[in-house]
Design a protein around this ligand. Structure first.
Ligand code: AMP
Length: 213
């Protein structure tokens, strides 16, 4: 009897150990690509450039393909360059009108050129297993609110995250809190968002969210 109990305990222990050993590769299968929305400008504070380079390097190290708008300017360029420099893959999705003006990165793993913005955004959404919004301007806000709304409506079930560097999104989070207080946003919908100011913690939170979905 004692022998059986010991064997059962041993088998439980080995299962736990193998789960811990196999978890990172399993997680990678769930999150093969992430779409990043971010500024086509560099921002006024060098803290944004440092954080985006850290995100790019971390994506490459985790074998997560980076999907982004394909531009060769500002933070967008820094993101693509840092993923590529760390040996990772970058897929750019740009639109014909911008491509014709030559505002695109010509060193990417893949560059897709779509006929219009609507096609471009749905292709970006399809190619990604999750979305990170990084500080940026109105283009970034629009992209963030679209994937967040689609998640709320159940059109996709991929993690939507805010990388809140320098508390850039503080006022926007306050606006969402106000929307909830005023009865225009359900608490459950507010909780759909993943938020952190730390690159590594944010990626870990997204991976866990994806795994339990
Ligand atoms: P903004 O936040 O206004 O600087 O706009 C940045 C967002 O809009 C990015 O996430 C891109 O997807 C898109 N975007 C802006 N400029 C470009 C560009 N030249 N090529 C492709 N996408 C762009």
């Amino acid at each position: 009897m004692l022998g059986t109990e010991l064997l059962l305990q041993l088998s439980w222990f080995t299962q736990k150990i193998s789960l811990i050993v196999y978890l990172p590769p399993i997680i990678e299968k769930f999150m093969k690509s992430i779409c990043v929305f971010l500024g086509a400008n560099a921002g006024a504070n060098p803290v944004y450039a440092r954080a985006i380079q850290q995100l790019g390097t971390e994506l490459a190290q985790r074998n997560i393909t980076c999907v982004y708008g394909g531009s060769d300017t500002g933070l967008m360029k820094l993101l693509a360059d840092s993923v590529l420099a760390a040996g990772g893959e970058v897929i750019g999705v740009t639109v014909k009108a911008l491509h014709d003006k030559e505002i695109f990165h010509n060193g990417l793993t893949q560059l897709h050129i779509t006929a219009n913005m609507h096609e471009r955004k749905s292709m970006m959404a399809e190619l990604a297993d999750g979305f990170i919004t990084f500080p940026g301007g109105i283009g970034t806000f629009e992209e963030f609110f679209e994937v967040y709304t689609w998640k709320k409506l159940g059109f996709h079930n991929k993690p939507c995250a805010l990388l809140n560097v320098n508390n850039y999104f503080g006022p926007m989070i306050q606006m969402l809190n106000n929307a909830a207080e005023e009865g225009f946003l359900q608490a459950a919908d507010k909780d759909l968002l993943v938020q952190n100011d730390n690159v590594i913690k944010l990626l870990d939170q997204m991976l866990i969210k994806q795994l339990v979905n």
